[in-house]
Design a protein around this ligand. Sequence first.
Ligand SMILES: C[S@@+](CC[C@H](N)C(=O)[O-])C[C@H]1O[C@@H](n2cnc3c(N)ncnc32)[C@H](O)[C@@H]1O
Length: 250
Amino acid sequence: MAGAAGNLARHRGDYGVDAPYAPMTLGGIALGMLIVSAILALAGSSLWVAFLIGGVWMALSTASFLYTTRAGKFAVWARLLRQLDLRGDERILDMGSGRGAVLMMAAKVVPRGRAIGLDLWKSADQSGNTLDAARRNADLEGVAQRVELVTGDMTAMPFEPDSFDLVLSALAIHNIANPDGRRKAIDEAFRVLKPGGRLQIADFRSTDGYASRLRELGAADVTERPLDWHHSYGGPWTATKLVSATKPAR
Ligand SMILES: C[S@@+](CC[C@H](N)C(=O)[O-])C[C@H]1O[C@@H](n2cnc3c(N)ncnc32)[C@H](O)[C@@H]1O
């Protein structure tokens, strides 16, 4: 990616692998199918073709997942952050910020602002996911002065109402297992947003529910659209969606 967004996507930190068991499972299935295909071919069964196609499909899904988590999501979020055309003094919240892939980019676009990352640091949701790993990344990216890391739950955030100009969340809310918890996270995102503030949530499922809850809460300009294949975690057939909204000014 060329230009300003391309520069923003370049990073020095290490952001791990999202949901590390997912690519391990996809890769394991791919390998198993390719081995079975070879065995069936040697045994003279015509079923080897079906297993070969399945194995290649799963191998491509594994490669797509790893590409998104290590590079593609940086390119997509760099573009989204640039498109927001921020002044540079905003307070930004990243809900479920993990090791800080999106958080550190957000901090870079607000040289006079603050970027706050809230997380429970679950290693099942991102490899090596700790507050220390996020802090190290803030140092490596040269944004530690304006990044705050808060340990907390998205469903009950320790922030005052109307505190942030921009609330972001990338591939995090779906990790809350029950629909009631996901609804509470959306309510919280809207509660802490300042009037006139903007909200951007990327996720690979439940986005219809996020959008309709935001409409119920009175959000304006609620839209839901697929992000491109760089953010697809498993292939173009599993595109992540972006829900955007604003909180009406009083
Ligand atoms: C797949 S990771 C994505 C991290 C980061 N947004 C990124 O794009 O690199 C999902 C994150 O959500 C966090 N998380 C899951 N449930 C949470 C909750 N209830 N409250 C806060 N964070 C949560 C996990 O700890 C993890 O860091």
